[in-house]
Design a protein around this ligand. Sequence first.
Ligand code: FAD
Length: 462
Amino acid sequence: MSSYDVIIIGSGPGGYVSAIRCAQLGLKTACVEGRETLGGTCLNVGCIPSKALLHATHMLHEAEHNFADMGLKGKSPSVDWAQMQTYKQNTIDTNTKGIEFLFKKNKIDWIKGWATIPEAGKVKVGDEVHEAKNIIIATGSEPASLPGVEVDETVVVTSTGALSLNKVPKKLVVIGAGVIGLELGSVYARLGTEVTVVEYLDAITPGMDGEVQKNFMRILKKQGVNFVMGAAVQGTEASKTKAKVTYKLRKDDSEHTLDADVVLVSTGRKPFHDGLGLESLGVELTKRGQIAVNDTWETSVKGIYAIGDVIEGPMLAHKAEDEGMAAAEVVAGKHGHVNYGVIPGVIYTHPEVANVGATEEQLKEEGRAYKVGKFSFMGNARAKAVFAGEGFVKLIADKETDRILGAHIIGPGAGDLIHEVCVAMEFGASAEDLAMTCHAHPTYSEAVREAALACGDGAIHM
Ligand SMILES: Cc1cc2nc3c(=O)[nH]c(=O)nc-3n(C[C@H](O)[C@H](O)[C@H](O)COP(=O)(O)OP(=O)(O)OC[C@H]3O[C@@H](n4cnc5c(N)ncnc54)[C@H](O)[C@@H]3O)c2cc1C
Protein backbone atom coordinates (compact mmCIF):
# COMPACT_ATOMS: atom_id res chain seq x y z
CA MET A 1 0.00 0.00 0.00
CA SER A 2 1.38 3.40 -0.98
CA SER A 3 0.21 6.60 0.64
CA TYR A 4 -0.18 10.07 -0.78
CA ASP A 5 -1.15 13.57 0.31
CA VAL A 6 -3.60 13.61 -2.58
CA ILE A 7 -4.92 11.17 -5.16
CA ILE A 8 -6.74 12.61 -8.14
CA ILE A 9 -9.15 10.37 -10.02
CA GLY A 10 -9.23 11.22 -13.73
CA SER A 11 -6.56 12.87 -15.86
CA GLY A 12 -8.63 15.24 -18.01
CA PRO A 13 -7.87 18.98 -17.96
CA GLY A 14 -9.36 19.15 -14.46
CA GLY A 15 -7.43 16.20 -13.06
CA TYR A 16 -4.04 16.60 -14.70
CA VAL A 17 -3.84 20.34 -14.04
CA SER A 18 -4.86 19.75 -10.43
CA ALA A 19 -2.17 17.06 -10.10
CA ILE A 20 0.52 19.38 -11.43
CA ARG A 21 -0.52 22.21 -9.11
CA CYS A 22 -0.64 19.81 -6.11
CA ALA A 23 2.88 18.63 -6.91
CA GLN A 24 4.10 22.22 -7.36
CA LEU A 25 2.70 22.98 -3.91
CA GLY A 26 4.82 20.20 -2.44
CA LEU A 27 2.15 17.52 -2.04
CA LYS A 28 2.91 13.86 -2.71
CA THR A 29 0.53 13.30 -5.62
CA ALA A 30 -0.86 10.46 -7.71
CA CYS A 31 -3.38 10.54 -10.54
CA VAL A 32 -5.48 7.52 -11.50
CA GLU A 33 -6.59 7.15 -15.11
CA GLY A 34 -8.63 4.31 -16.58
CA ARG A 35 -7.95 5.19 -20.22
CA GLU A 36 -4.77 4.05 -21.98
CA THR A 37 -3.58 7.65 -22.29
CA LEU A 38 -3.66 10.77 -20.14
CA GLY A 39 -5.62 13.93 -20.98
CA GLY A 40 -9.25 12.81 -20.59
CA THR A 41 -12.07 13.62 -22.95
CA CYS A 42 -10.44 16.89 -23.95
CA LEU A 43 -7.19 15.56 -25.35
CA ASN A 44 -8.39 12.15 -26.55
CA VAL A 45 -11.91 12.60 -27.93
CA GLY A 46 -12.86 16.24 -27.39
CA CYS A 47 -11.26 19.65 -27.75
CA ILE A 48 -8.02 18.61 -29.39
CA PRO A 49 -9.10 16.11 -32.11
CA SER A 50 -12.07 18.31 -33.03
CA LYS A 51 -9.80 21.33 -33.43
CA ALA A 52 -7.40 19.33 -35.60
CA LEU A 53 -10.24 18.40 -37.97
CA LEU A 54 -11.60 21.96 -37.89
CA HIS A 55 -8.16 23.29 -38.81
CA ALA A 56 -7.59 20.82 -41.66
CA THR A 57 -11.02 21.41 -43.18
CA HIS A 58 -10.72 25.18 -42.77
CA MET A 59 -7.52 25.00 -44.82
CA LEU A 60 -9.48 23.10 -47.48
CA HIS A 61 -12.19 25.76 -47.41
CA GLU A 62 -9.58 28.51 -47.85
CA ALA A 63 -8.01 26.68 -50.79
CA GLU A 64 -11.38 26.13 -52.45
CA HIS A 65 -12.86 29.58 -51.84
CA ASN A 66 -10.14 32.19 -51.37
CA PHE A 67 -6.87 31.06 -52.91
CA ALA A 68 -7.74 31.99 -56.50
CA ASP A 69 -8.76 35.52 -55.45
CA MET A 70 -5.32 35.99 -53.87
CA GLY A 71 -3.61 34.87 -57.07
CA LEU A 72 -2.91 31.37 -55.85
CA LYS A 73 -4.00 29.29 -58.80
CA GLY A 74 -4.09 25.54 -59.28
CA LYS A 75 -6.28 22.57 -58.52
CA SER A 76 -7.94 22.52 -55.10
CA PRO A 77 -6.46 19.89 -52.78
CA SER A 78 -8.26 16.55 -52.72
CA VAL A 79 -9.16 14.98 -49.38
CA ASP A 80 -7.17 12.00 -48.10
CA TRP A 81 -9.41 11.13 -45.14
CA ALA A 82 -7.06 8.45 -43.83
CA GLN A 83 -4.19 10.96 -43.73
CA MET A 84 -6.42 13.55 -42.07
CA GLN A 85 -7.19 10.96 -39.40
CA THR A 86 -3.46 10.28 -38.99
CA TYR A 87 -2.82 14.01 -38.58
CA LYS A 88 -5.60 14.13 -35.97
CA GLN A 89 -4.14 11.13 -34.12
CA ASN A 90 -0.62 12.59 -34.19
CA THR A 91 -2.02 15.77 -32.67
CA ILE A 92 -3.65 13.74 -29.91
CA ASP A 93 -0.48 11.71 -29.31
CA THR A 94 1.86 14.68 -28.98
CA ASN A 95 -0.54 16.27 -26.50
CA THR A 96 -1.18 13.17 -24.35
CA LYS A 97 2.55 12.38 -24.30
CA GLY A 98 3.12 15.97 -23.23
CA ILE A 99 1.05 15.31 -20.10
CA GLU A 100 3.07 12.12 -19.42
CA PHE A 101 6.22 14.26 -19.61
CA LEU A 102 4.74 16.84 -17.22
CA PHE A 103 3.77 14.08 -14.76
CA LYS A 104 7.35 12.75 -14.76
CA LYS A 105 8.79 16.25 -14.47
CA ASN A 106 6.58 16.97 -11.45
CA LYS A 107 7.08 13.50 -9.90
CA ILE A 108 3.41 12.62 -10.09
CA ASP A 109 2.64 8.89 -9.99
CA TRP A 110 0.30 7.77 -12.76
CA ILE A 111 -1.74 4.88 -11.38
CA LYS A 112 -3.19 3.00 -14.35
CA GLY A 113 -6.70 1.56 -14.03
CA TRP A 114 -10.22 2.39 -12.87
CA ALA A 115 -10.51 3.72 -9.33
CA THR A 116 -13.10 3.11 -6.66
CA ILE A 117 -13.25 4.79 -3.26
CA PRO A 118 -13.94 2.05 -0.69
CA GLU A 119 -13.88 4.61 2.13
CA ALA A 120 -12.74 8.21 2.69
CA GLY A 121 -8.95 8.28 2.60
CA LYS A 122 -8.63 5.17 0.39
CA VAL A 123 -8.54 4.65 -3.37
CA LYS A 124 -8.65 1.15 -4.83
CA VAL A 125 -7.29 0.41 -8.29
CA GLY A 126 -7.37 -3.25 -9.32
CA ASP A 127 -6.32 -5.21 -6.24
CA GLU A 128 -4.26 -2.39 -4.77
CA VAL A 129 -5.54 0.01 -2.14
CA HIS A 130 -3.75 3.35 -1.83
CA GLU A 131 -4.03 5.74 1.08
CA ALA A 132 -4.77 9.39 0.42
CA LYS A 133 -5.19 12.24 2.89
CA ASN A 134 -7.26 13.94 0.22
CA ILE A 135 -9.08 12.65 -2.86
CA ILE A 136 -10.05 14.85 -5.82
CA ILE A 137 -12.66 13.36 -8.15
CA ALA A 138 -12.20 14.60 -11.72
CA THR A 139 -13.99 11.86 -13.63
CA GLY A 140 -15.57 14.16 -16.22
CA SER A 141 -18.61 13.48 -18.35
CA GLU A 142 -20.06 11.24 -21.07
CA PRO A 143 -22.48 11.89 -23.94
CA ALA A 144 -26.13 12.15 -22.84
CA SER A 145 -28.52 9.69 -24.44
CA LEU A 146 -31.80 10.44 -26.20
CA PRO A 147 -34.89 8.21 -25.92
CA GLY A 148 -35.50 6.19 -29.10
CA VAL A 149 -31.95 6.73 -30.34
CA GLU A 150 -29.56 3.81 -30.07
CA VAL A 151 -25.91 4.71 -30.52
CA ASP A 152 -23.72 2.13 -32.31
CA GLU A 153 -20.75 4.52 -32.90
CA THR A 154 -20.73 3.51 -36.60
CA VAL A 155 -23.95 4.83 -38.13
CA VAL A 156 -25.54 6.49 -35.12
CA VAL A 157 -22.63 8.13 -33.34
CA THR A 158 -21.73 10.42 -30.49
CA SER A 159 -18.97 13.00 -30.94
CA THR A 160 -16.46 10.23 -30.20
CA GLY A 161 -17.59 8.20 -33.23
CA ALA A 162 -17.98 11.32 -35.37
CA LEU A 163 -14.29 12.15 -34.90
CA SER A 164 -13.24 8.78 -36.32
CA LEU A 165 -15.72 7.83 -39.06
CA ASN A 166 -14.26 5.31 -41.48
CA LYS A 167 -15.22 7.53 -44.42
CA VAL A 168 -16.67 10.94 -45.11
CA PRO A 169 -20.47 10.47 -45.20
CA LYS A 170 -22.61 11.81 -48.05
CA LYS A 171 -25.40 12.78 -45.69
CA LEU A 172 -25.05 13.64 -42.01
CA VAL A 173 -27.90 14.46 -39.65
CA VAL A 174 -26.81 16.23 -36.47
CA ILE A 175 -29.25 16.05 -33.58
CA GLY A 176 -28.74 19.15 -31.43
CA ALA A 177 -27.46 22.60 -32.44
CA GLY A 178 -25.05 23.03 -29.54
CA VAL A 179 -21.33 23.74 -29.72
CA ILE A 180 -20.16 20.16 -30.42
CA GLY A 181 -22.82 19.48 -33.08
CA LEU A 182 -22.09 22.70 -34.94
CA GLU A 183 -18.31 22.28 -34.82
CA LEU A 184 -18.45 18.72 -36.14
CA GLY A 185 -21.26 19.63 -38.56
CA SER A 186 -18.94 22.35 -39.95
CA VAL A 187 -16.11 19.86 -40.37
CA TYR A 188 -18.22 17.57 -42.54
CA ALA A 189 -19.98 20.39 -44.43
CA ARG A 190 -16.53 21.62 -45.51
CA LEU A 191 -15.69 18.10 -46.67
CA GLY A 192 -18.72 18.14 -48.97
CA THR A 193 -21.19 16.25 -46.77
CA GLU A 194 -24.84 17.32 -46.90
CA VAL A 195 -25.35 18.32 -43.26
CA THR A 196 -28.75 18.84 -41.64
CA VAL A 197 -28.97 19.97 -38.02
CA VAL A 198 -32.20 19.10 -36.20
CA GLU A 199 -32.81 21.24 -33.12
CA TYR A 200 -35.63 21.15 -30.56
CA LEU A 201 -35.46 24.87 -29.75
CA ASP A 202 -36.02 27.78 -32.13
CA ALA A 203 -32.47 29.11 -31.85
CA ILE A 204 -29.04 27.50 -32.09
CA THR A 205 -26.45 27.50 -29.26
CA PRO A 206 -28.88 28.01 -26.37
CA GLY A 207 -27.95 30.68 -23.82
CA MET A 208 -25.86 32.73 -26.22
CA ASP A 209 -26.50 36.36 -27.18
CA GLY A 210 -29.56 36.46 -29.46
CA GLU A 211 -27.93 38.64 -32.13
CA VAL A 212 -24.94 36.30 -32.29
CA GLN A 213 -27.26 33.29 -32.55
CA LYS A 214 -29.06 34.78 -35.56
CA ASN A 215 -25.90 35.86 -37.36
CA PHE A 216 -24.12 32.60 -36.64
CA MET A 217 -27.02 30.60 -38.07
CA ARG A 218 -27.15 32.82 -41.16
CA ILE A 219 -23.41 32.33 -41.76
CA LEU A 220 -23.60 28.56 -41.24
CA LYS A 221 -26.52 28.37 -43.70
CA LYS A 222 -24.41 30.26 -46.25
CA GLN A 223 -21.72 27.63 -45.69
CA GLY A 224 -24.22 24.95 -46.69
CA VAL A 225 -25.44 23.70 -43.29
CA ASN A 226 -29.22 23.03 -43.28
CA PHE A 227 -31.34 23.52 -40.17
CA VAL A 228 -34.65 22.05 -39.01
CA MET A 229 -35.63 24.10 -35.98
CA GLY A 230 -38.33 23.48 -33.38
CA ALA A 231 -38.17 19.76 -34.06
CA ALA A 232 -38.44 17.02 -31.47
CA VAL A 233 -36.58 13.89 -32.56
CA GLN A 234 -38.74 10.80 -31.99
CA GLY A 235 -36.14 8.20 -32.76
CA THR A 236 -33.70 6.69 -35.23
CA GLU A 237 -33.74 3.47 -37.23
CA ALA A 238 -30.39 2.24 -38.41
CA SER A 239 -29.08 -0.50 -40.69
CA LYS A 240 -25.35 -1.25 -41.08
CA THR A 241 -24.80 1.66 -43.46
CA LYS A 242 -27.83 3.97 -43.29
CA ALA A 243 -30.16 5.58 -40.77
CA LYS A 244 -33.50 7.30 -40.68
CA VAL A 245 -34.28 10.08 -38.21
CA THR A 246 -37.91 10.75 -37.33
CA TYR A 247 -38.88 14.10 -35.84
CA LYS A 248 -42.06 16.01 -35.04
CA LEU A 249 -42.29 19.75 -35.65
CA ARG A 250 -43.34 21.40 -32.41
CA LYS A 251 -45.48 24.04 -34.17
CA ASP A 252 -47.98 21.59 -35.74
CA ASP A 253 -47.00 18.16 -34.45
CA SER A 254 -46.42 16.97 -38.04
CA GLU A 255 -44.07 14.00 -38.38
CA HIS A 256 -41.13 13.95 -40.82
CA THR A 257 -38.13 11.77 -41.59
CA LEU A 258 -34.61 12.43 -42.77
CA ASP A 259 -32.30 9.85 -44.37
CA ALA A 260 -28.64 9.83 -43.45
CA ASP A 261 -25.46 7.82 -43.82
CA VAL A 262 -24.48 8.93 -40.33
CA VAL A 263 -26.43 10.47 -37.47
CA LEU A 264 -24.52 12.45 -34.86
CA VAL A 265 -26.26 12.65 -31.50
CA SER A 266 -25.00 15.81 -29.81
CA THR A 267 -27.66 16.63 -27.28
CA GLY A 268 -25.29 17.41 -24.44
CA ARG A 269 -23.20 15.53 -21.92
CA LYS A 270 -23.85 14.21 -18.43
CA PRO A 271 -21.55 13.87 -15.42
CA PHE A 272 -19.70 10.56 -15.18
CA HIS A 273 -19.05 9.00 -11.77
CA ASP A 274 -20.03 5.37 -12.34
CA GLY A 275 -18.21 2.76 -10.29
CA LEU A 276 -16.63 5.15 -7.78
CA GLY A 277 -18.91 3.92 -4.99
CA LEU A 278 -20.31 7.36 -4.19
CA GLU A 279 -23.61 6.03 -2.86
CA SER A 280 -22.08 3.87 -0.15
CA LEU A 281 -19.69 6.70 0.75
CA GLY A 282 -22.64 9.07 1.20
CA VAL A 283 -21.37 11.61 -1.34
CA GLU A 284 -24.35 13.81 -2.19
CA LEU A 285 -25.41 14.53 -5.77
CA THR A 286 -27.35 17.48 -7.19
CA LYS A 287 -30.80 16.98 -8.75
CA ARG A 288 -29.08 16.81 -12.14
CA GLY A 289 -26.74 14.03 -11.08
CA GLN A 290 -23.62 16.15 -10.61
CA ILE A 291 -21.45 15.69 -7.52
CA ALA A 292 -22.49 18.43 -5.08
CA VAL A 293 -19.62 20.53 -3.71
CA ASN A 294 -19.29 23.54 -1.41
CA ASP A 295 -17.35 26.71 -2.25
CA THR A 296 -14.03 24.95 -1.63
CA TRP A 297 -14.94 22.08 -4.00
CA GLU A 298 -15.33 19.70 -1.06
CA THR A 299 -18.13 17.12 -1.31
CA SER A 300 -20.43 16.16 1.54
CA VAL A 301 -17.67 13.77 2.69
CA LYS A 302 -14.68 15.42 4.35
CA GLY A 303 -11.43 15.09 2.43
CA ILE A 304 -13.15 14.19 -0.86
CA TYR A 305 -13.26 16.99 -3.42
CA ALA A 306 -14.70 17.15 -6.96
CA ILE A 307 -13.98 19.38 -9.96
CA GLY A 308 -14.66 19.75 -13.68
CA ASP A 309 -17.50 18.29 -15.76
CA VAL A 310 -18.58 16.01 -12.92
CA ILE A 311 -19.76 19.03 -10.88
CA GLU A 312 -22.12 21.89 -11.69
CA GLY A 313 -21.27 24.60 -14.23
CA PRO A 314 -20.33 24.86 -17.88
CA MET A 315 -18.70 21.72 -19.26
CA LEU A 316 -15.53 23.38 -20.47
CA ALA A 317 -11.91 22.32 -20.26
CA HIS A 318 -10.68 25.66 -18.90
CA LYS A 319 -13.39 25.73 -16.21
CA ALA A 320 -12.18 22.26 -15.15
CA GLU A 321 -8.55 23.48 -15.17
CA ASP A 322 -9.34 26.52 -13.02
CA GLU A 323 -11.19 24.36 -10.52
CA GLY A 324 -8.31 21.88 -10.59
CA MET A 325 -5.83 24.57 -9.61
CA ALA A 326 -8.15 26.09 -7.00
CA ALA A 327 -8.92 22.72 -5.36
CA ALA A 328 -5.18 21.99 -5.22
CA GLU A 329 -4.61 25.28 -3.40
CA VAL A 330 -7.36 24.40 -0.92
CA VAL A 331 -5.93 20.91 -0.30
CA ALA A 332 -2.51 22.52 0.28
CA GLY A 333 -4.06 24.77 2.94
CA LYS A 334 -4.12 27.89 0.77
CA HIS A 335 -6.95 29.90 -0.73
CA GLY A 336 -8.41 28.68 -4.04
CA HIS A 337 -10.51 30.94 -6.21
CA VAL A 338 -12.49 30.66 -9.48
CA ASN A 339 -14.34 33.67 -10.87
CA TYR A 340 -17.37 31.96 -12.41
CA GLY A 341 -18.53 35.31 -13.81
CA VAL A 342 -15.57 35.44 -16.18
CA ILE A 343 -15.42 32.08 -17.92
CA PRO A 344 -15.24 32.51 -21.68
CA GLY A 345 -16.97 30.18 -24.12
CA VAL A 346 -15.68 29.63 -27.66
CA ILE A 347 -17.02 27.87 -30.74
CA TYR A 348 -14.19 27.05 -33.14
CA THR A 349 -16.13 27.26 -36.41
CA HIS A 350 -15.20 29.79 -39.07
CA PRO A 351 -15.82 32.48 -38.12
CA GLU A 352 -15.22 31.73 -34.47
CA VAL A 353 -17.80 32.67 -31.88
CA ALA A 354 -16.85 33.73 -28.35
CA ASN A 355 -18.57 35.12 -25.33
CA VAL A 356 -17.97 36.10 -21.74
CA GLY A 357 -20.16 37.56 -19.02
CA ALA A 358 -23.75 38.69 -19.35
CA THR A 359 -25.94 38.71 -22.44
CA GLU A 360 -28.38 41.51 -23.20
CA GLU A 361 -31.19 39.03 -22.62
CA GLN A 362 -29.94 38.27 -19.09
CA LEU A 363 -29.52 41.95 -18.21
CA LYS A 364 -33.01 42.77 -19.48
CA GLU A 365 -34.40 40.02 -17.30
CA GLU A 366 -32.50 41.39 -14.31
CA GLY A 367 -33.79 44.89 -15.13
CA ARG A 368 -30.24 46.25 -15.15
CA ALA A 369 -29.48 49.40 -17.16
CA TYR A 370 -26.75 48.77 -19.74
CA LYS A 371 -25.30 50.14 -22.95
CA VAL A 372 -23.99 48.33 -26.00
CA GLY A 373 -21.00 49.17 -28.17
CA LYS A 374 -20.93 47.24 -31.43
CA PHE A 375 -18.39 47.16 -34.21
CA SER A 376 -18.56 45.18 -37.44
CA PHE A 377 -15.48 43.39 -38.76
CA MET A 378 -16.33 45.06 -42.11
CA GLY A 379 -14.70 48.15 -40.59
CA ASN A 380 -11.55 46.24 -39.66
CA ALA A 381 -8.84 46.47 -42.31
CA ARG A 382 -7.07 43.26 -41.33
CA ALA A 383 -10.28 41.21 -41.39
CA LYS A 384 -11.18 42.50 -44.83
CA ALA A 385 -7.70 41.63 -46.12
CA VAL A 386 -8.26 37.98 -45.24
CA PHE A 387 -11.89 37.65 -46.43
CA ALA A 388 -13.12 37.65 -42.82
CA GLY A 389 -15.23 40.81 -42.65
CA GLU A 390 -18.32 38.94 -41.50
CA GLY A 391 -19.32 39.29 -37.85
CA PHE A 392 -18.96 41.83 -35.08
CA VAL A 393 -17.78 42.61 -31.57
CA LYS A 394 -20.49 43.53 -29.11
CA LEU A 395 -19.42 44.94 -25.78
CA ILE A 396 -21.92 45.43 -22.99
CA ALA A 397 -21.22 47.90 -20.18
CA ASP A 398 -23.13 49.20 -17.19
CA LYS A 399 -25.06 52.32 -18.23
CA GLU A 400 -24.03 54.36 -15.20
CA THR A 401 -20.55 53.14 -14.26
CA ASP A 402 -19.33 52.02 -17.72
CA ARG A 403 -18.01 48.79 -16.11
CA ILE A 404 -17.79 45.99 -18.67
CA LEU A 405 -20.46 43.34 -18.07
CA GLY A 406 -19.97 41.06 -21.06
CA ALA A 407 -18.75 40.63 -24.62
CA HIS A 408 -20.04 38.64 -27.58
CA ILE A 409 -17.87 38.23 -30.64
CA ILE A 410 -18.45 36.50 -33.94
CA GLY A 411 -15.56 36.93 -36.32
CA PRO A 412 -11.92 36.10 -37.04
CA GLY A 413 -9.90 35.07 -34.01
CA ALA A 414 -12.88 35.60 -31.68
CA GLY A 415 -11.60 32.81 -29.40
CA ASP A 416 -8.41 34.78 -28.74
CA LEU A 417 -9.90 38.27 -28.79
CA ILE A 418 -12.31 37.44 -25.99
CA HIS A 419 -9.45 37.21 -23.49
CA GLU A 420 -8.71 40.90 -23.73
CA VAL A 421 -12.22 41.46 -22.37
CA CYS A 422 -11.77 38.68 -19.77
CA VAL A 423 -8.66 40.38 -18.38
CA ALA A 424 -10.43 43.73 -18.41
CA MET A 425 -13.38 42.22 -16.52
CA GLU A 426 -11.07 40.58 -13.96
CA PHE A 427 -9.67 44.03 -13.25
CA GLY A 428 -13.15 45.57 -13.09
CA ALA A 429 -12.33 47.75 -16.09
CA SER A 430 -14.68 50.14 -17.83
CA ALA A 431 -15.34 50.23 -21.57
CA GLU A 432 -13.39 53.50 -21.57
CA ASP A 433 -10.33 51.70 -20.15
CA LEU A 434 -10.36 49.39 -23.19
CA ALA A 435 -11.06 52.28 -25.54
CA MET A 436 -8.07 54.24 -24.22
CA THR A 437 -5.67 51.32 -24.60
CA CYS A 438 -3.50 51.52 -27.72
CA HIS A 439 -4.14 48.52 -30.01
CA ALA A 440 -1.67 47.57 -32.74
CA HIS A 441 -2.71 48.15 -36.33
CA PRO A 442 -3.70 46.18 -38.31
CA THR A 443 -5.07 43.57 -35.90
CA TYR A 444 -8.48 42.04 -35.31
CA SER A 445 -8.18 43.35 -31.75
CA GLU A 446 -8.82 46.85 -33.05
CA ALA A 447 -12.43 45.75 -33.46
CA VAL A 448 -12.62 45.20 -29.68
CA ARG A 449 -11.29 48.70 -29.06
CA GLU A 450 -13.75 50.12 -31.59
CA ALA A 451 -16.64 48.37 -29.79
CA ALA A 452 -15.38 49.92 -26.56
CA LEU A 453 -15.25 53.33 -28.26
CA ALA A 454 -18.80 52.72 -29.44
CA CYS A 455 -19.85 52.43 -25.79
CA GLY A 456 -18.75 56.07 -25.45
CA ASP A 457 -18.61 58.81 -28.09
CA GLY A 458 -18.47 56.45 -31.05
CA ALA A 459 -16.28 54.11 -33.06
CA ILE A 460 -13.84 55.66 -35.53
CA HIS A 461 -14.14 53.33 -38.50
CA MET A 462 -17.90 52.89 -38.55
C1 FAD B 1 -16.11 16.72 -29.16
C2 FAD B 1 -15.84 17.61 -27.97
C3 FAD B 1 -15.23 18.83 -28.18
C4 FAD B 1 -14.96 19.65 -27.09
N1 FAD B 1 -14.35 20.85 -27.33
C5 FAD B 1 -14.08 21.66 -26.29
C6 FAD B 1 -13.40 22.90 -26.51
O1 FAD B 1 -13.06 23.25 -27.63
N2 FAD B 1 -13.13 23.67 -25.43
C7 FAD B 1 -13.52 23.31 -24.16
O2 FAD B 1 -13.27 24.06 -23.21
N3 FAD B 1 -14.15 22.14 -23.92
C8 FAD B 1 -14.44 21.32 -24.96
N4 FAD B 1 -15.05 20.11 -24.72
C9 FAD B 1 -15.41 19.78 -23.32
C10 FAD B 1 -14.18 19.29 -22.57
O3 FAD B 1 -13.64 18.18 -23.24
C11 FAD B 1 -14.55 18.93 -21.15
O4 FAD B 1 -15.18 20.04 -20.54
C12 FAD B 1 -13.32 18.57 -20.33
O5 FAD B 1 -12.64 17.48 -20.90
C13 FAD B 1 -13.70 18.23 -18.89
O6 FAD B 1 -12.56 17.91 -18.18
P1 FAD B 1 -12.59 16.96 -16.89
O7 FAD B 1 -11.18 16.94 -16.40
O8 FAD B 1 -13.65 17.39 -15.98
O9 FAD B 1 -13.02 15.52 -17.43
P2 FAD B 1 -12.58 14.62 -18.65
O10 FAD B 1 -11.76 15.34 -19.63
O11 FAD B 1 -13.83 13.97 -19.13
O12 FAD B 1 -11.63 13.53 -18.00
C14 FAD B 1 -12.08 12.60 -17.07
C15 FAD B 1 -11.15 11.42 -17.09
O13 FAD B 1 -11.44 10.62 -15.95
C16 FAD B 1 -11.27 9.26 -16.29
N5 FAD B 1 -12.03 8.47 -15.34
C17 FAD B 1 -13.37 8.47 -15.14
N6 FAD B 1 -13.71 7.64 -14.13
C18 FAD B 1 -12.54 7.09 -13.69
C19 FAD B 1 -12.24 6.16 -12.68
N7 FAD B 1 -13.18 5.65 -11.89
N8 FAD B 1 -10.95 5.80 -12.54
C20 FAD B 1 -9.98 6.31 -13.31
N9 FAD B 1 -10.22 7.20 -14.28
C21 FAD B 1 -11.48 7.60 -14.46
C22 FAD B 1 -11.80 9.19 -17.71
O14 FAD B 1 -11.26 8.06 -18.37
C23 FAD B 1 -11.31 10.50 -18.28
O15 FAD B 1 -10.10 10.34 -18.95
C24 FAD B 1 -15.31 19.25 -25.79
C25 FAD B 1 -15.91 18.00 -25.57
C26 FAD B 1 -16.17 17.20 -26.64
C27 FAD B 1 -16.81 15.85 -26.40
